[in-house]
Design a protein around this ligand. Structure first.
Ligand code: SF4
Ligand code: SF4
Length: 194
């Protein structure tokens, strides 16, 4: 009887130990999200514009990583992003179907705005400010030109303007570090919006 009890106790102790080891291992080696998805997402321009056919940059990154989507659907990212993703995925580059349009900016004709707030709800990066029944306006530095606010406007008072090539806007092509910082900022606005 004592042998049986001893055997059961040591079995129980072993099971407990194994459980603790597994719990610790799960915590230590836990990986948040899919590293490949995160890498692809970090290469995307975070305009959340949906021109790739997916509801934002992260869903497109998921689709590319799972092989459900080709590497050439990001229109604002253009050839530069396609080549980066193809290189990362180790696949053949594919011609970008649609030429990225010139950088655009949304502009609200404030005297016509009725303050319905529909554009605020549509903007994926929180680039529009305004209060109900008050005119709304676009935060130029945050607008990515995705055009998602134009269609919902009931009085059609949002114009899409080509981003002026002004000296204060001109900058050397963004090094990857700065591009990553801009992407991180936009991802934050989008996460706060969703
Ligand atoms: S203001 Fe309009 S165009 Fe600009 S990011 Fe928001 S939804 Fe897109
Ligand atoms: S959707 Fe149009 S009318 Fe409504 S708040 Fe925006 S700009 Fe104004």
């Amino acid at each position: 009887m004592t042998h049986l009890l001893a055997a059961l106790l040591s079995l129980g102790a072993f099971a407990l130990l194994a459980g603790v080891v597994l719990a610790v291992a799960q915590r230590v080696f836990h990986i948040e999200g899919d590293p490949m998805v995160d890498k692809i997402d970090s290469m995307l321009p975070q305009t959340q514009c949906g021109q790739c056919g997916y509801p934002g940059c992260k869903p497109y990154a998921n689709a590319v990583a799972s092989g459900a989507a080709e590497v050439n659907h990001c229109v604002p990212g253009g050839e530069r992003v396609m080549l980066q993703i193809a290189d990362l995925m180790g696949v053949e580059p594919k011609a970008v179907e649609e030429e990225a349009a010139a950088p655009m900016l949304a502009f609200v004709r404030e005297d016509e705005c009725i303050g319905c707030t529909l554009c605020i709800k549509a903007c994926p990066v929180d680039a529009i400010v305004g209060a109900p029944k008050q005119y709304h306006t676009v935060i130029v530095d945050q607008c990515t030109g995705c055009m998602l606010c134009v269609e919902p406007c009931p009085v059609d008072c949002i114009d899409m303007l080509v981003k002026p090539e002004l000296l204060e806007h001109w900058a050397w092509p963004l090094p990857d570090t700065r591009r990553a910082a801009v992407g991180h900022e936009r991802r934050g606005h989008h996460a706060g919006h969703a």
